[in-house]
Design a binder for this molecule. Sequence first.
Ligand SMILES: [Zn+2]
Length: 405
Amino acid sequence: MTPEELFTAALGLGRQWRVAQCRFEGEPKRLELRLEHVPGEHFECPQCKALCGVHDTIERRWRHLNFFQYRCELVAKVPRTWCRRDGVHQVQVPWAREGSGFTLLMEALVMLLSAEMPVDGMADLLQETDTRLWRVLIHYVEQAQARRDWSTVRRIAVDETSARRGHRYVTNVLDCDGTGLLLMVEGRSSEALGCFAQALREHGGDPAQIQAIAMDMSPAYLKGAAEHFPQAQIIFDKFHVMLLAGQALESVRRQLQHDGAELKGSLWSLRGNVWNLSAERQKQRRALCLQYTKLGRAMTLRETLQAIYASPDQVTAESQLNWWCGWALRSRLEPFRALAKTVRQHWEGILAYFNTGLTSAAIEAVNGIIQLAKRMARGFKNFIYFRTAAYLRAARLKFELPVIN
Ligand SMILES: [Zn+2]
């Protein structure tokens, strides 16, 4: 067997193509495989599939999987068919997707690696530009996203994420019951929900099937829900209420610091739930709360609200929440007074959380993954990159790729 025959067999080129020449080229050395089609063959017209004669050929080049440590490229003069009906078209080659500069197996490798590393890491490893890698990711992610069936989605959550601190927001729509991120759209206006209603129809669903929407208390989302999902129950979920409580606590801390309290470096020991903190930070939290009584009061208010979310039923939750609002209003802590007012204004939606069996777990999980996706897309130069990274990580897509084995 000659090396050419060996590579022809290894590449699985089908009967129309063979490796005519293999050689090491350039510095650093790369393996170049020149392919040629069997002379006299007819090719399918890409439009109507009729067998047609060859009009002319165009030389093209594809990056393939490395050959040991060497970069490997396929080069071929690709025929263009002349079809009576459709005119001149370049034929489909069996090893690559139309318009791609990578072979299918190389693309499969890119997709495989993308599950493990950020795009700039892949670019280093593969010695490729990130633009070329993004093009592959975008193609497969959009293809898999387009094929998703949303006909069984019943309960969704709407959530905003800042793309970068302070500016440019995106809206995420997710399935509360398991399929992760459904849609990411730019902006956080009421139209974000209009976009989802439209996308739902395109994915085999109907806006009328949505029974509940979990969201934060932004008027824009409320308006969007009323317009596009009038039958859905609005739920202000635990995740978003606790986010507000965390922000109220942070306002109290900042005010104290502004008034001269020694709170430098306290941010992380005061944030989040005590059981997630190291022993050192738990100790620091206790000490600060004892030293600054306002901070102690704010912390107790936040933790009590958290505990109320463990209520066994809606009736219990309602009476406890009512009591909590009274306490917060008398607390002489302005941020918590404001929060109590907000809670009272959104009473029905907040209580709805307790009898729907909805949990915030899906929202928190997807939110965490999207933060990671932000890192994968490094700095969010481009909305499409960010959305692609988010779908890749959080949308449970099924890709149609050749198998590397
Ligand atoms: Zn044709």
